[in-house]
Write a protein that binds this ligand. Structure first.
Ligand code: NDP
Length: 387
């Protein structure tokens, strides 16, 4: 019965999709902006715009790093959970500024950011046609995954974003231990049926269905390591077109260089999150403010090598970091509420400059993240000992 309902929901949604799509020009392939081609489970010819706007916020229990403008969530839940003031409007303003003023086209969203409606408002306010905007979003991890959950969640995301297709849909995290999934291999409360690897594969099968039905133009994953990607290969399922992971010089040698080589070999486009090393990290709660003990510079943007290269190339420190990522063949999505920063970030691809091979290596050799203060912070995922 549940399956029947699902098929009805999908069919209704597909009918809706066709109707709405006819009111737009054909969706762009985004090969006319600085971009990377997508392969594997992606519509033929589809490109991923090199720079996106991060619209996510991160913190425990939906608390943002600090206060304005780092928050992202709109009031959500039933009854609505309290949300820091201005969070929904901040998202809307950032999206509007990115699309209308800065000239960006890709948005990096996620269901777990609880701000899809505000993203939709920002898009509406921009007056830019949906066909010219590349929307990436993610399912999980604060919502249960599994076969049916993945499909239902995607239908909800489409409604919240007021769109009938998503350009790239990712599985947000490989760890699937939600107690609320109806998929037996995903429901952690039943140890007899729960199997995290099978849950990942069941979730991925649903992603493949969504892709085959045309609700999403490409599918991918996020925070997957080589083992997780190999599971998909071994299962003989279509490979993700994208893997989004934290990526900046301080973590290059703690697992990222190997992952990059693996993804390149399998034509999986790597996308960098936290590309600037989360410079507002100093707004973490008090107990995290003394991160200097890790040996890391207070922020990557203040690293002496980065600031000296900024002078050499007559660019900003942020541009050095983003250009380094770009030259490695990786897309990125810095978060910003600041129009000048947005324009600056986009310029690394629209008004390019070249970092020499020698300087590329010097930046890569900055790697120093030992994560020995608090290994729970996500940017320490993949932590390992430096060679
Ligand atoms: P970032 O490295 O993007 O850092 C964001 C900070 O950088 C903001 O304080 C912003 O301030 C500042 N900034 C942006 N541009 C510049 C610039 N040109 N010069 C100086 N400062 C600048 O960290 P995030 O962790 O936010 O990562 C970005 C995005 O990646 C997220 O929003 C989200 O979409 C995604 N992400 C995905 C995750 C996943 O699991 N898949 C996990 C974490 C993030 P200002 O507003 O003043 O510009």
């Amino acid at each position: 019965m549940k399956l029947l309902l699902l098929v009805y929901a999908l069919t209704a949604s597909l009918a809706n999709t066709n109707n709405i799509r006819t009111s737009h020009p054909a969706p762009s392939l985004f090969d006319d902006v600085p971009s990377f081609p997508l392969f594997n489970a992606a519509e033929p010819g589809l490109h991923l715009p090199a720079l996106g706007l991060g619209v996510g916020f991160y913190g425990v229990n939906n608390e943002p790093y600090g206060t304005y403008p780092e928050c992202g969530a709109e009031p959500h839940g039933d009854p609505p959970l309290p949300s820091p003031p201005g969070c929904g409007p901040n998202t809307q303003k950032a999206v509007y500024t990115w699309l209308s003023k800065a000239g960006g086209v890709r948005l990096d969203c996620a269901n777990s950011y609880y701000n899809h409606r505000s993203v939709a408002q920002g898009i509406k306010q921009s007056l830019i046609d949906r066909s010219k905007i590349f929307i990436l979003s993610k399912v999980g991890p604060s919502f249960p995954l599994g076969y049916n959950e993945t499909i239902n969640q995607t239908l909800d995301i489409l409604k919240e974003l007021q769109t009938d297709w998503i350009d790239s849909l990712l599985v947000h995290w490989p760890i699937m231990d939600n107690p609320d999934s109806s998929d037996p291999v995903c429901n952690i409360t039943n140890p007899l049926t729960y199997n995290e690897k099978q849950c990942r594969l069941s979730t991925w099968s649903a992603m493949v269905l969504l892709f085959n039905r045309g609700l999403v133009r490409s599918i991918g994953v996020s925070n997957y390591n080589i083992t997780h990607l190999q599971e998909i290969i071994d299962a003989g399922l279509p490979l993700p077109s994208v893997n989004q992971v934290s990526f900046h010089p301080y973590i290059y040698r703690t697992g990222r260089a190997d992952l990059l080589a693996f993804c390149q070999k399998n034509r999986i486009q790597l996308v960098a999150y936290s590309p600037l090393g989360v410079p507002d990290v100093h707004q973490f709660p008090v107990e995290h403010q003394s991160q200097g003990a890790t040996g890391m510079a207070r922020t990557l943007l203040e690293d002496p090598l980065i600031t000296s290269l900024a002078k050499t190339y007559n660019r900003t420190p942020a541009q050095i970091l983003l250009r380094w990522i770009h030259q490695l063949g990786i897309a990125s999505n810095p978060r910003s509420m600041n129009e000048t920063h947005m324009i600056e970030n986009l310029a690394i691809a629209s008004n390019p400059f070249t970092i020499s091979d020698n300087d590329m290596t010097r930046i890569a050799n900055l790697a120093q993240d030992t994560c020995n203060v608090d290994s729970d912070w996500y940017e320490c995922v993949g932590n390992g000992n430096l060679p």
